[in-house]
Design a protein around this ligand. Structure first.
Ligand code: NDP
Ligand code: KPL
Length: 313
């Protein structure tokens, strides 16, 4: 395990945490980054300010502009926004061969399927991550809060695929990354997506924290309704999510999420420095949900309203 070849493509909020943890454990970790971020990582390494894992300065084996500059990898983590995924997959070259395990660590329900289509080789492990992280103007990365957890799996895995999932989990746990294997990874991904379709959509639509959404009776009720609309679409697609799980997520919103919690969609649409909105994943959340609902004949009026509102921002 010590000399496995690992790369992380996308050294932002999510990739920066994983890259920092991996590069401070393994000797052959490459960072794929571009422009001024590449120059900063080459000059100073990656500074990770993690409330969960501590203050880490990670020096990668190398920083490259594209993965195509790398020899075949054992593991490739792809941590880009959904709108960058296709382009990123086009730059992999010979870094991915049939033995490579690719782990897209992203929001949305279909990144793994899209990677399989765009790349067509290697073993793609599905994943999701619960974390709060972002990149800073000096290209350091901050992870906030006392958790960061990754879940892995491959639906209907063959024994060889399951072995790849287990190897990946062991490699990540050895680097100090909380990682669990899920028997039904699709259901877990949809559970997280259901959360995102309420949490990310409402925090971004109003630029409010979770505490502010919870204090307002209208948004408090809408959070529940958005969870239930997403549940209806998931169930129509045959995903094993139940009303009890949706209501447990609502309970978490009411009683457990931090008052000052924000979302990645909110941070992109409302940058802290009053800069103009950045490109965002609104299409990954309400956009995809509404399209799937229409295709399946499910009524999702509130998601439609918020999708329109986010599109007009
Ligand atoms: N941030 C969070 O708290 C959470 C995020 N997620 C999900 O994780 C995924 C990643 O999000 P996040 O880390 O926040 O995103 P960021 O925007 O912070 O980071 C993405 C990084 O990918 C880089 N990138 C994009 N394309 C390429 C490429 N072709 N080559 C090299 N680098 C590339 C970008 O570089 P550049 O700066 O040069 O554009 C950027 O640094 C998303 O799907 C998000 O929804 C999930 C849970 C929590
Ligand atoms: C809801 C949250 C914070 C959970 O990790 C997230 O996925 C995001 O901000 O995109």
């Amino acid at each position: 395990m010590e000399d496995c070849k690992i790369a992380v493509l996308g050294i932002g909020g999510v990739g920066g945490y994983l890259a920092g943890m991996l590069a401070s454990t393994y000797s052959d970790v490459s960072f794929v980054a571009r422009g001024p971020r590449k120059a900063a990582l080459e000059a100073h390494g990656l500074q990770l300010h993690s409330e969960y894992s501590g203050e880490i300065t990670a020096r990668p084996a190398r920083v490259v502009e594209t993965a195509a500059e790398l020899a075949p990898l054992d593991y490739l983590f792809i941590c880009v926004k959904n709108y960058s995924l296709e382009q990123a997959c086009k730059t992999l070259g010979a870094s991915v061969d049939d033995h490579t395990v690719i782990i897209p660590v992203m929001n949305g329900v279909d990144p793994a399927e899209r990677v399989r289509t765009f790349v067509g080789r290697g073993t793609v492990v599905e994943s999701l991550i619960y974390t709060v992280g972002f990149s800073n103007p000096d290209f350091s990365v901050t992870q906030q809060g006392d958790f960061t957890t990754v879940k892995l799996g491959i639906p209907h895995a063959t024994p060889a695929q399951q072995a790849a999932v287990e190897r990946t989990r062991d490699m990540m746990v050895h680097a100090g990354i909380d990682t669990q294997i899920c028997a039904d990874i699709q259901a877990e991904i949809w559970r997280k997506y259901m959360l995102n379709c309420a949490y990310n959509v409402l925090t971004a639509a109003y630029n409010r924290t979770i505490g502010q959404l919870r204090d307002d009776p209208v948004t408090r009720q809408e959070y529940r309704d958005l969870l239930l609309e997403t549940l209806a679409v998931a169930q129509a697609k045959g995903v094993a999510l139940t009303r009890e799980i949706a209501l447990a997520e609502y309970d978490r919103f009411l009683h457990k999420l931090e008052d000052d919690a924000t979302s990645s969609l909110q941070r992109d649409l409302h940058p802290a420095d009053d800069a103009p909105p950045r490109e965002s994943e609104r299409d990954t959340f309400s956009g995809y949900l509404v399209r799937e609902a229409h295709r399946l004949g499910i009524s999702v009026p509130l998601s439609e309203r918020y999708d329109q509102m986010l599109r007009n921002m």
